[in-house]
Design a binder for this molecule. Structure first.
Ligand SMILES: *Cc1c(COP(=O)(O)O)cnc(C)c1O
Length: 369
């Protein structure tokens, strides 16, 4: 493996394949698999990730916004793409690009039917989102009759999927609530199935749901975080391989005397003679300001070097006293030596936010399977 000469997020496509195979097996035979590649595939580039997942046999993709789905189509991805959170002004573009909208409210349903009819569509595939307790998007139980009424008055759309989203699938203390959500979903979905007389794809589980509630896989599962190597639980993490390693290099080394200070606001003051290194990444790259002032650190040649002073926009400074290293040496920000989950905890957040927040300025490099 070549050492890096700049800040890069190194992405291991072999680890992605491993995670996909693990989750696919957990989902069970005959269950379709939707790979969630929203938010730049959680920071990993949705086009590269979707191409690899396509080759591995993923059935479906899911993204949050229409523009993300269009980017998959432009890259030649032909599998079905569910748009989880479209707006009515997106509907023409959705149809032009053969994307499948999530229909989550009566307004959205009416507007989508209008657009589909205007464009002469017949049986255009949509997924109906059911709210079972997350209270974010979706139809609640009393609204089902309205959904059915609108559907019975048009031939322009057809229900391809009925789905919901779990609020706390990773949290064992909320097991009863989650089972309640699953039961509510089953009841609501079957009310619709019985009325329409055909069986769309039912789907409710995300990564933690796939592992913790295998009985709720229904016809399809939707995995995001797990594909990228995290399972919201050390027990699940054991079976997954984080795909990303954030690397940078030592730009400059300096010696400081007692009383010298480091960085903006002079936030760090040397008590003794120390050696520091400046690294080319900062909060504009996704390194939270929370991590400064020794709340976290990086690894240089296998040794831990704490962040000192405030995180700058484009730089961080670390204490390398006693560490043998030179300008140009490789630095590991997160990866095997420093798990994302630990790093995220030190920043007061979760792995989802940390990896999705590595900015586009950081170059992505890929290790083939
Ligand atoms: C983001 C998202 C997922 C994926 O969740 P993970 O916990 O990352 O597996 C699944 N479904 C919906 C509706 C989502 O918004």
């Amino acid at each position: 493996m070549q050492k890096t000469r700049e800040t890069v997020l190194e992405i291991d496509l072999g680890a992605l394949a491993h995670n996909y195979r693990y989750l696919r097996e957990k989902a069970g035979k005959g269950v379709k698999f939707l790979g969630v590649v929203k938010a730049f595939a959680y920071g990993n580039d949705e086009v590269v990730i979707a191409k690899k997942l396509s080759a591995l046999g993923v059935d479906y993709f899911g993204v949050a916004y229409t523009s993300e789905g269009v980017s998959l189509r432009k890259a030649g991805i032909e599998k079905p793409v569910l748009i989880l959170h479209p707006q009515s002004f997106n509907f023409e573009e959705i149809i032009e690009n053969c994307l499948e909208p999530s229909i989550y409210s009566e307004f959205v349903l009416k507007e989508f039917i209008k657009t589909a009819e205007r464009l002469g569509q017949k049986d255009y595939p949509v997924h109906i989102k059911l709210n079972t307790g997350l209270n974010r998007l979706g139809f609640s139980e009393p609204e089902i009759s309205k959904v059915l009424e609108h559907l019975s008055n048009t031939t322009a759309i057809r229900i391809k999927g009925l789905y919901s989203h779990l609020a706390a699938s990773e949290d064992w203390k909320e097991r009863e609530f989650t089972l309640g959500q699953i039961n509510r979903f089953r009841k609501m979905a079957f009310e619709i199935v019985n009325a329409i007389g055909y069986h769309p794809l039912l789907h409710i589980t995300n990564t933690s749901g796939i592992v913790n509630y295998p009985e709720a896989a229904f016809d399809m599962v939707r995995a995001g975080l797990g594909l990228y190597g995290f399972g919201n639980d050390p027990e699940i993490d054991k079976h997954l391989k984080p795909i990303g390693t954030l690397k940078t290099i030592v730009s400059q080394i300096m010696k400081l005397q007692p009383g010298d200070t480091v960085g903006y606001n002079r936030a760090y003051k040397a008590q003794e003679e120390i050696t520091i290194a400046t690294l080319p990444l900062g909060y504009a790259d996704g390194i939270s300001r929370q991590l400064g002032n020794e709340r976290s650190g990086v690894y240089i040649n296998g040794y831990f070097a704490p962040l000192i002073g405030n995180v700058c926009m484009d730089m961080i400074m670390v204490n390398i006293s006693g560490i043998a290293c030179e300008e140009g040496d490789e630095v590991i920000v997160f990866g095997k030596e420093q798990p994302v989950t630990e790093f995220a905890k030190q920043a007061g957040t979760i792995s989802y936010e940390l990896i999705a927040g590595i900015s586009q300025r950081v170059k992505r490099v890929y290790l083939p399977e």
